[in-house]
Design a protein around this ligand. Structure first.
Ligand code: NIG
Ligand code: FE
Length: 400
């Protein structure tokens, strides 16, 4: 069954550079794939399409890929937000047992239905703003049982909503209270949980928080070794608050991505460039924590490391469900160009998840795209708080 989408300005991002603009363009989908793309006037005859949609001059871009979120949690950290405004730092709050630990307590205490409903609402909000592929991390359960529960909820989101969900096991996110003072034992425990989580099909990638308030590079390496034995790709929260040389280590495991990277040094950049590891920048966390050290955007460009962008949605450092605001922040705070920003949340976001079948408008790509009520793709990075979504199309079907 074919569907035609016509009379749109396509921003295909099909080439390595440029928007790939095609005015008065059209595309044809068959089931969940794009099978033809070109000028509206050149649509092939006799397509015998089941449906034809006139987009009335809308802008069409690939569906957004939010490649880094912590969507499954209960509670919030508004009180901590207030404390920080009264002078406490993120690190101090974490050391005092607040921060991630408080979200772990709230998440463990929440019932299955409640935890699922909270995550479903967040995922739906992102979908309605154009996100058709979503990564969801665990990391607020921190026990075999609770990590599995969070990952099962993440999987359910992908079954219940018309979007693709990729899961990452972030059990090595923080030290749970029952392992206080025993970080190495906790890492042993995490390594022992991974085979069963993987066997249940809950883990698309393994992530860790390598930081002086998280885990050391050596502890992270042990988690990655287990991932490698299980044939699972890895990604890393690296160099967010200090340079732990985590990115260089993660590159030894051919990490799909290293994320945050404000303190990334030249060793990490060179290592990432060599292995094609994607740099996932998270301007919302940078903004919300009022970080001062910028990620090395120009050095990443010079080394041709692909740059992706994501919301990092979580209650502690990025309580936002606003993908276009993240594009704007990447431009204003990190001085990325609008084209780099959009590519970051489409093509390069997909790469950060190991997905080559999406992120561009091209024949053979998955039919995930968004029609926007605006004329030029740079507008998506420019306006703040406007909702330009006209129609989200996921897997070739309209999202209602
Ligand atoms: O990506 N850096 C570690 N993890 C999250 C924050 C988690 C939290 O504060 O709850 C992040 O920013
Ligand atoms: Fe994160």
């Amino acid at each position: 069954m074919k569907t035609i989408w016509r009379n749109a300005t396509l921003a295909t991002l099909a080439d390595d550079r440029g928007w790939g603009l095609l005015e008065r363009g059209a595309l044809v989908c068959e089931r969940d794939q794009i099978v033809w793309i070109g000028a509206d006037t050149q649509l092939p005859e006799g397509l015998n399409a089941a449906e034809e949609h006139d987009l009335a001059g809308a802008l069409l871009t690939p569906g957004l890929v939010d490649c880094h979120t912590h969507l499954v949690y209960a509670g919030d950290r508004a009180e901590e937000f207030e404390l920080r405004l009264e002078g406490a730092s993120y690190e101090e709050i974490a050391r005092r047992g607040g921060g991630i630990a408080s979200t772990v307590a709230a998440t463990r205490a929440a019932g299955d239905r409640q935890l699922h409903a909270l995550a479903l609402n967040r995922a739906r909000a992102l979908l309605m703003q154009g996100v058709t592929t979503l990564e969801v991390k665990s990391g607020y359960g921190l026990s075999a049982e609770h990590e599995a529960r969070c990952l099962r909820i993440a999987r359910r989101l992908g079954r219940e909503l018309p979007l693709t969900v990729k899961t990452s096991c972030l059990a090595a996110h923080a030290l749970p209270p029952e392992f206080a003072g025993r970080a190495d034992d906790y890492i042993d425990a995490v390594c022992s949980w991974l085979p069963a989580l993987a066997a249940e099909g809950l883990v698309d990638a393994v992530d860790a928080f390598c930081e002086n308030i998280g885990f050391t590079t050596e502890q992270t390496r042990r988690v990655f070794e287990t991932a490698r034995q299980l044939g699972l790709p890895v990604k890393l929260h690296a160099e967010q608050l200090s340079d732990q040389h985590g990115a260089a280590m993660a590159s030894q495991f051919c990490a799909l991505s290293c994320d945050h990277l404000e303190y990334l040094g030249s060793d990490g950049i060179a290592a990432m460039a060599k292995t094609g590891t994607v740099a996932v920048l998270l301007p919302a966390a940078f903004y919300f924590l009022r970080e001062k050290t910028l990620p090395p955007v120009q050095a990443l460009r010079d080394a041709a490391v692909p740059i992706a962008l994501a919301t990092d949605h979580n209650p502690g450092s990025a309580p936002l469900l606003a993908p276009l605001l993240v594009l704007n922040m990447a431009c204003t705070l990190f001085r990325m160009t609008p084209e780099e920003a959009l590519r970051g949340m489409t093509l390069n976001g997909a790469r950060a998840l190991g997905l080559g079948d999406r992120g561009r408008l091209a024949v053979g790509q998955r039919a995930d795209f968004v029609a926007w009520e605006t004329g030029h793709p740079r507008d998506l990075c420019y306006w703040i708080g406007r909702d330009p979504v006209k129609q989200v199309i996921s897997g070739g079907e309209k999202v209602e």
